[in-house]
Design a protein around this ligand. Structure first.
Ligand code: CA
Length: 225
């Protein structure tokens, strides 16, 4: 797997590179926030290890911006053990959190867990029958059932819901969703996504104004649960 390490401490980069190479991973390193963001776009890593305190752009902001276009698992590396940092990291779409100093064994276990999880999502993408809580989707039959009642969804809403249902619990960024659902059809109207989310909420939520499934992640996109 290809792992992007965004970290400004040279000794840490060297140690991570050796550790991950021993596991058979290819390592790409970036030394500051902006370079890390570029590398996430250009090298398309399978997983990202992201330092919290970085020059140029801090780790939380880098994570938020990566999440807008990528679903690669992000593990934050930090010297701060505060709970507040942890919550904020997870809110901007980080998948896990490791506090320095960490043991090589702990880090490798977290990396393996995230790669496994990413594989589960990838497998879900090919599944014909999807279920998340009270919502089920028969993909080839193009049927959606919410609380035992069939709901009719136009093609874009169906596709948007499908992308959410194969990624339960995951923060999905606006650019990622636009690319997946609209791709070349995207006409450039920034409201397109939000309008479709609103229509979808009206069909799947008990109370569309207080969604329980399709949640907004401010500055990033949406999370479905
Ligand atoms: Ca640092």
């Amino acid at each position: 797997m290809k792992i992007l390490v965004i970290e400004d401490e040279e000794t840490m980069v060297t140690a991570l590179r050796a550790l991950l190479a021993r596991e058979g991973h290819e390592v790409v390193a970036a030394r500051d926030g902006p370079d890390g963001l570029d590398a996430a776009k250009t090298t398309r890593p399978d997983l990202i290890l992201l330092d919290l305190a970085l020059p140029g752009l801090d780790g939380l902001e880098v994570c938020r911006r990566i999440r807008v276009f990528s679903t690669a698992p992000v593990i934050m590396l930090t010297a701060r053990a505060g709970e507040g940092d942890k919550v904020t990291g997870l809110e901007v779409g980080a998948d896990d959190y490791v506090t320095k100093p960490f043991s090589p064994r702990e880090l490798i276990a977290r990396v393996r867990a995230q790669l496994r999880r990413a594989q589960t999502y990838a497998q879900a993408a090919g599944r014909d029958l999807l279920q998340v809580g009270e919502i089920t989707m028969d993909v080839p039959g193009r049927r959606v059932t919410v609380r035992d009642t069939e709901v009719r969804l136009p093609p874009k809403e169906f596709e948007l819901l499908r992308v959410f249902m194969v990624n339960p619990g995951r923060v999905l960024g606006r650019d990622y969703l636009l690319d997946r659902v609209w791709g070349e059809d995207y006409a450039g109207d920034v409201r397109t996504l939000d309008v479709h989310v609103r229509w979808l909420r009206e069909k799947i939520e008990r109370e569309p104004g207080e969604p329980a499934h399709l949640l907004t992640v401010h500055g990033v996109g949406y999370r479905f649960q």
